[in-house]
Write a new protein. Structure first.
Length: 333
């Protein structure tokens, strides 16, 4: 049976990068996958502290924001098992076992580790930042996941997941873990509105770099107006020469369901300044209903708690039964 598993970090409100790189794909799977495909979507709160602990109130708040954002965007809790990672202890338990099958050298080569560890002095990097991909592998493998929809930025981490599945099977001479496949999304990577060399990210200190699902029409307009362009005023799609404008064309194309060429044609008579206002309108038209649902959900903590409890009640028995089997295979029972 097909088991689709993925996670998203509660490090803020989901943004258009998360939406087009990940959530939209998930919504498509909800519609197109046959009923016997299991869909697990995990709010990975253990992952959220890999660059250092957050105040407890903030972490709790971020989980609520993420759940509200996902459900407002269309995640259907009857079809998707939506739950919080820390509510299923087997994720952390399997992380230990898998960590003993991986090398520090390989983890240190991960681009995300290299990038995020730069902010620390040598020797001060949290262990959790290094072992982040092992926890990610455990998230997938504890459900014997077969398919993992993630954005393009997660390609290297996915190699670790598949290699660990393979390593475990070889080590213990079994076929317990399937080899999970990465499922790519249509739009590989949405870039920061302030710096087209970086991806749009929840943790970017500059809030103008991203558009969040909670942004009002006014905020979307302001952020689009401030989005980086260049000195030429015509709208073209040349990613190498004009990456900032190219990024906005890609974003418009994703929001409007057009190809970049169609966007350039549509915008042939407007300046980049006007184009940014049209982009804002287009975003608000599509995402304002989601924002309203998001606000309603956020105002109802009981609804969010019920969603998470229900999801954990469905995920936990499966994770426990698989962990029991893993322990049996590896000699821990
Ligand atoms: N800019 C992006 N473009 C396309 N896809 C993206 N994803 C994230 N940013 C982009 C995809 O969203 C899913 C969930 O990501 P995550 O929240 O678990 O972690 P992340 O990739 O680290 O996202 P952020 O926003 O950059 O979070 P922070 O700032 O906390 O690290 C993943 O499938 C990811 O590919």
């Amino acid at each position: 049976n097909k088991v689709v598993m993925s996670g998203i970090q509660p490090t803020g409100v989901p943004h258009l990068g998360n939406y087009f790189g990940f959530v939209e794909n998930w919504l498509r799977l909800q519609k197109t996958e046959p009923a016997d495909t299991q869909l697990f979507l995990c709010v990975v709160d253990w992952h959220a502290i890999t660059t250092g602990p957050l105040p407890a109130v903030e972490l709790r708040d971020n989980v609520r924001k993420m759940v509200a954002g996902l459900v407002a965007a269309g995640v259907d809790c009857k079809r998707t098992v939506l739950f919080r990672q820390s509510a299923v202890p087997e994720h952390a338990e399997l992380t230990w076992l898998l960590g003993c099958l991986e090398t520090t050298a390989r983890l240190q080569r991960m681009p995300q580790y290299k990038d995020k560890s730069l902010q620390y002095k040598k020797g001060d990097v949290p262990v959790g930042l290094l072992t982040y991909p092992i926890l990610q592998a455990a998230d997938v493998l504890i459900y014997r996941g077969t398919h993992v929809p993630v954005g393009d930025d997660q390609t290297q981490h996915m190699h670790i997941v598949t290699d660990l599945a393979d390593h475990f099977n070889k080590q213990y001479k079994c076929e317990f873990f399937p080899k999970p496949l990465k499922m790519a999304s249509a739009l590989a990577r949405v870039k920061s509105l302030r710096d087209p060399t970086k991806k749009m990210s929840k943790s970017d200190p500059d809030a103008r770099s991203r558009i969040e699902l909670s942004d009002t029409v006014q905020t979307v307009r302001e952020k689009c107006k401030k989005a980086l362009t260049d000195t030429e005023s015509v709208v073209t799609f040349e990613m190498d020469r004009r990456p900032a404008v190219g990024n906005l064309v890609l974003l418009y194309a994703a929001v409007a369901g057009l190809s970049p060429d169609q966007v350039v044609k549509e915008m042939s008579s407007v300046t980049t300044g006007e184009f940014k206002l049209r982009l804002a309108e287009c975003i608000s038209q599509r995402f304002e209903p989601i924002r309203q649902r998001y606000e309603e959900l956020l105002a109802s903590p009981d609804t969010i708690n019920a969603i998470l409890e229900d999801g954990a009640a469905k995920a936990r028995p499966i994770a426990k039964s698989n962990m029991d089997e893993i322990k049996r295979i590896a000699g821990f029972s």
